[in-house]
Design a protein around this ligand. Structure first.
Ligand SMILES: O=C(O)CCC(=O)C(=O)O
Ligand SMILES: [Fe+2]
Length: 377
């Protein structure tokens, strides 16, 4: 079975630019969505700010150094008090990372009061990519399913060729994944992603480890695309798009996020704990609902993400955010739980709602109102 670096050296055409699959600000969302449907993957350029991503990468790296490798000097509670009620890293990392790195649920990746997934999502919903995502989902009412999202630290090891579809490797139902590197990803220098284009329209037969196998890979050499991502670029791949982690053996570090979301639909509610709902209010994307049941230890993250997103869309002044985060850091877990469980009073859910809780949702409501009056000015 061949290694990636050998196959890429023999077939450098895998690295060629694909202008037909690459889009930038100004691309019509309908055109991008159509290409995504036909090919299974699209690259969106210059979506996020490289400076913001560099900060997120640093936070992620500090989390790895202090909470996973445990060779930093951070104390267990140094992450911030309410957030300390959130789950810590999964038990599989008790002895540190593997030689390939590690992967983590979004609410466990935190350091110094920062959640990289919260920061990236806040900018994503105000970016030029958001209308594209809405067009792909064919809805302006989107649910981010946090339990299906991941953050990954990858160490570039030499890898044998292979590929998977998220329909088998992640979830048979969730139609897409958004892959966001927190840095530039240069093929042959950093581990990244590659895709088979166009995507088949069905689930491929896979081995028990979900890999579709090297013979499938070798049969598709003419259809391979390994993009060069600049910091700020992202790809969106469908659940049927065969794709692969590339590995060249350079040992460089790569940090990336996998965001899984779709139109809010009853079929997806089972994946909605914890989750965040983004809808449009007078044309502006706002957080209209958050969900995090008392037993789900992600409240600090959900509260932070919702507040940060509302601040980014312009509805929450900085002072109010600071005050709200102070409330969010209240030492009683129940308080944060109540706040995070409530939802903004949309027309459908206002009835039968308990009295408006003080705190998070009250602030989000105020923010939404301010946005609406601002928008109608
Ligand atoms: O980041 C990686 O190496 C794998 C990511 C992946 O398979 C995905 O986002 O679906
Ligand atoms: Fe995948």
């Amino acid at each position: 079975m061949p290694y990636f670096h050998e196959v890429v050296a023999q077939h450098p055409e895998m690295l060629r630019r694909r202008p037909d699959l690459s889009f930038s600000r100004g691309s019509a969302p309908g055109v991008v969505a159509q290409q995504w449907r036909e090919s299974g993957v699209v690259l969106l350029r210059e979506v996020l700010s490289p400076e913001m991503l560099a900060g997120c990468r640093q936070t992620f790296d500090q989390f790895i150094e202090t909470a996973i490798k445990k060779n930093g000097d951070a104390q267990p509670r140094a992450n911030g008090s309410a957030q300390a009620f959130d789950d810590g890293p999964g038990p599989e990392w008790a002895n540190g990372e593997t030689i390939h790195g590690s992967w983590h649920l979004p609410w466990t990746i935190r350091h110094g009061g920062q959640f990289p997934v919260a920061t990236v999502l806040s900018q994503l919903i105000t970016s030029w990519a958001w209308p594209v995502i809405e067009e792909i989902c064919q809805s302006k009412d989107i649910m981010v399913m946090f339990g299906l999202c991941l953050g990954r630290h990858n160490i570039d090891q030499p890898l044998l060729v292979g590929a998977h579809q998220d329909a088998t490797a992640v979830n048979a139902e969730v139609p897409l994944s958004i892959w966001i590197p927190l840095q530039e990803v240069v093929p042959a220098r950093h581990s990244g992603l590659g895709f088979v284009v166009p995507s088949p329209e069905h689930v491929l037969e896979a081995e028990p480890n979900n890999d579709v196998g090297s013979s499938y890979f070798m049969s598709q050499l003419g259809n391979m695309w390994i993009p060069h991502y600049r910091a700020g670029d992202l790809t969106i791949h469908s659940k049927l798009s065969p794709h692969f982690t590339t590995g060249y053996g350079t040992m460089t570090d790569r940090y990336s996020l996998e965001i899984r979301l779709w139109a809010r639909d009853d079929a997806f509610l089972k994946y909605g704990d914890p989750s965040m709902r983004i809808s449009r209010l007078d044309g502006v994307p706002v957080i209209t609902e958050t969900r995090c049941s008392p037993g789900v230890r992600a409240h600090g993250f959900v509260v932070s993400t919702a507040l940060m997103a509302m601040q980014t869309v312009g509805g929450l002044p900085t002072e109010e955010l600071a005050a709200m985060q102070a409330v969010g850091r209240s030492p009683t877990e129940e308080l944060t739980a109540t706040q995070a469980e409530s939802s903004l009073p949309t027309e459908e859910n206002r009835e039968g709602e308990p009295p408006a809780p003080q705190g998070l949702m009250a602030a989000l409501r105020g923010a939404a109102r301010r946005l609406v009056s601002g928008a109608s000015r």
